[in-house]
Design a protein around this ligand. Structure first.
Ligand SMILES: [Zn+2]
Length: 324
């Protein structure tokens, strides 16, 4: 590992060491504190002797994401002992419960709109984002996204973003203002390694829709059997505080619908060949007479058939929004 990467870790560890020493003065002879101190000293020593980030057991590299979350880890995932393995599983279980509690009501009929989704993590937790919120002005906000990274870190980043957006809603912002603010706050509150591609949509009772696409796969509009992608209007959330977001406005008439999805759909594969956007578009043209719920079911069924029911390699989220 190079020094540019290691020096912030070393600074951080030294600072934490000071805090430990300070706490130790107040709680003298705490064996737990002394043990932590030993671990911090050992990590600092590993940085100095060049063995930091190398697994004690297999001598392979320790996963960078785990080191970022806990600079004291000394073994790679595969070499965790039974106790450590169990602790990690429990963390995942909690993160998974937190995440499931954040999901919106499914198959929602609200003010002339029908919204349905399928949310499926590839592992115990997902980095995908899915929310449907009924607004005070009778419009409905639907949000779908994909947070970079994997595991507990990505899932909690997703929860963080979820809370951020929920809190911003009370300010009565327009869609692009909401995305602007969410981006700035997300940028300022996370490490620069985290970002999220997201689609924000707002549909009102007149059938008017505003879409702000922050670097995500284009949502697809289905109208009179013709599929039109709504292209990205901004960069992913969390990359640059100064990013500017605009919205695309259009109207949906009775029977029109929108399909949103994460790349767990298009980048799923069979025999090395991707499911792909072309297949999504072509399948969507046949969905004209179906409810949002049926559309989601059709895509899920087609995708499972395509991949031969293989276990997911990426988190999968599909959402359909239909004007009734
Ligand atoms: Zn190892």
């Amino acid at each position: 590992m190079d020094s540019a990467y290691l020096s912030p870790i070393k600074n951080q560890l030294s600072e934490r060491r000071e805090r430990l020493l300070h706490t130790n003065k107040n709680i003298p002879n705490s064996t737990h504190l002394l043990d932590l101190l030993k671990q911090v000293d050992a990590a600092l020593e590993r940085i100095d002797n060049g063995s930091y980030g190398i697994c004690e057991i297999c001598k392979g590299e320790i996963e960078a994401e785990r080191l970022a979350a806990d600079p004291l880890v000394t073994v790679c995932l595969e070499d965790l002992n039974a106790h450590q393995q169990k602790a990690l599983e429990l963390d995942l279980e909690f993160a998974s419960k937190i995440q499931r509690n954040l999901l919106p009501q499914n198959n929602l009929y609200v003010n002339g709109w029908e919204l349905s989704y399928h949310y499926e993590p590839a592992g115990p937790v997902s980095g995908d984002f899915c929310d449907i919120i009924q607004m005070a002005d009778n419009s409905v906000l639907f949000v779908l996204g994909d947070v970079s990274g994997k595991g507990v870190a990505a899932s909690l980043m997703m929860s963080h973003l979820h809370a951020l957006i929920k809190s911003l809603l009370s300010f009565g912002l327009s869609v692009n203002e909401l995305v602007d603010k969410a981006n700035r706050l997300f940028c300022e509150s996370t490490m620069n390694t985290n970002y999220a591609t997201m689609v924000f949509g707002k549909a009102n009772t007149l059938g008017e829709v505003e879409i702000c696409n922050a670097g995500h796969n284009a949502p697809l509009l289905l109208s009179d059997g013709i599929v039109k992608p709504i292209d990205a209007t901004g960069i992913p959330i969390g990359l640059f505080c100064e990013a500017v977001y605009t919205v695309e406005k259009f109207s949906l008439k009775k029977g029109d619908s929108l399909l949103l999805y994460t790349d767990g759909l298009t980048e799923s594969f069979a025999d090395g060949i991707e499911y792909g956007e072309a297949r999504v578009k072509s399948l969507l043209t046949s969905c004209h007479n179906h409810s949002a719920e049926a559309m989601v079911r059709i895509f899920l069924k087609d995708n499972k058939e395509y991949t031969g029911n293989a276990s997911l390699t990426d988190d999968l989220t599909i959402m359909a929004v239909k004007k009734n």
